[in-house]
Write a protein that binds this ligand. Structure first.
Ligand code: PLP
Ligand code: COI
Length: 367
């Protein structure tokens, strides 16, 4: 095994001896759910402070052995990404803007004092996994293979400093729709007791701690019949930021889209950026600016706000029907999904699945 960094990395592959047979795989792919089943292989690459990135391998999917003193278990030095592989009608497999995920992983790495993996090695790691697990990319309508690259501090050391040994992995999970019940308007819960990120914090990084912080308010959301939690800014508790795992857009009756601006406290969603592009291409105005809860409430009451939706890799574009908090509830859970919401969803997925021309050059072939 090599221990020095080469650029680009050279991968070795060890095929799994326990790969599921076709019948078992097809049964899973017929009803994959989200994040429940995993393919037969995974990628691993190791980084050390002296050797850089090395030992790039595709290995059988399986448990990770970690020393109990591994610093990720104590100090949460961890980041991840989420993107999908889509099977096109001709059987080829594509991903959507993977270089944007590579760049975001690099920005997250910088914030979490982790080493950066090059965009080329990131994309190659996805290609290598698809090369052995391509039969796990489902072909039914609106299904995909969700790819989860992640990186964590694996050095055994209890002192608090950035780790000198880090591991990068990619696992893959066949995916249907994220929300059970398909594409129908969500009810979301406004968290007024808890915020997700503050100025100078980790909000723009895709790191496990942000999701850990969202779990208690997410439980509160479930208890109140809501599927996701909406966070407010931590300074004033007045402006909407994002959902636990998605960005959010409001649509005005004149077709203007409004979404919270990027100010370091929300994740810079790749779907968010793509929606902005597609909407502008159609001639819609898009405003990225602070949006107060009051503006949302007033807009719904006056008819000025006609649609609200969530977007992200897992959620794609999902309509929001109701905003609920301890003090008020607005919207209508049984309302039809908004027309613009659904047509943007259709356009985005048509591009992702190769049904419409990829006019922005967003697709990268993985296999
Ligand atoms: N915000 C959060 C907190 C997320 O977890 C996600 C999902 O990755 C998003 C926004 C949307 O990002 P993207 O569109 O890149 O998937
Ligand atoms: C994604 O959309 O990729 C995420 O990481 C969000 C999570 C809700 C699965």
């Amino acid at each position: 095994m090599t221990t020095t960094t080469t650029f680009p990395l050279a991968f070795s592959t060890t095929p799994s001896q326990a790969a599921r047979d076709e019948a078992e795989r097809e049964e899973i792919l017929a009803d994959p759910g989200f994040g429940k089943h995993f393919t037969d292989h995974m990628v691993q690459i190791t980084w050390t402070v002296d050797g850089g990135w090395h030992d790039a391998e595709v290995v059988p999917y399986g448990p990770i052995t970690l020393d109990p003193a591994a610093s990720v278990l104590h100090y949460a030095q961890e980041i991840f990404e989420g993107l999908k592989a889509y099977r096109h009608a001709d059987g080829s497999i594509w991903s959507f803007r993977p270089e944007a995920n590579a760049l975001r992983l690099q920005r997250s790495a910088e914030r979490l004092a982790l080493p950066q993996l090059s965009t080329e090695d990131f994309i190659e790691s996805l290609r290598q996994l698809i090369a052995v697990d391509r039969s796990w990319v489902p072909s039914a309508h609106e299904t995909s293979l969700y790819l989860r690259p992640f990186m964590y501090a694996s050095e055994s050391f209890l002192g608090v400093r950035s780790a000198h040994k880090v591991d990068y992995r990619v696992i893959a999970s066949p995916a249907g729709t994220y929300f059970t019940g398909g594409i129908r308007p969500l009810s979301i819960w406004l968290s007024t007791d808890y915020t997700r990120a503050g100025r100078g914090g980790l909000g723009a990084a895709k790191t496990g701690g942000n999701y850990a912080a969202s779990l208690l308010p997410q439980e509160e959301a479930y208890r109140n019949g809501c599927a996701q939690v909406l966070f407010l800014d931590s300074d004033e508790g007045k402006y909407i930021e994002e959902l636990g795992g998605m960005n959010v857009f409001l649509v005005r009756h004149d077709g203007t889209l409004i979404t919270p601006e990027l100010r370091g406290t929300i994740l810079e969603g790749i779907t968010r950026e793509s929606v902005i592009r597609l909407a502008k291409d159609r001639g819609h105005a898009v405003e990225e600016r602070p949006i107060s809860v009051q503006e949302w409430r007033d807009g719904v009451a006056s008819g000025e706000i006609t649609e609200v939706f969530a977007c992200g890799t897992a959620a794609v574009i999902t309509p929001i029907g109701v905003l609920k908090s301890r003090d008020f509830e607005i919207g209508d859970a049984s309302a039809e999904p908004g027309a613009l919401t659904m047509s943007l969803r259709e356009e985005l997925t048509d591009i992702q699945y190769g049904r419409k021309p990829d006019r922005h050059g967003w697709l990268t072939q993985l296999g």
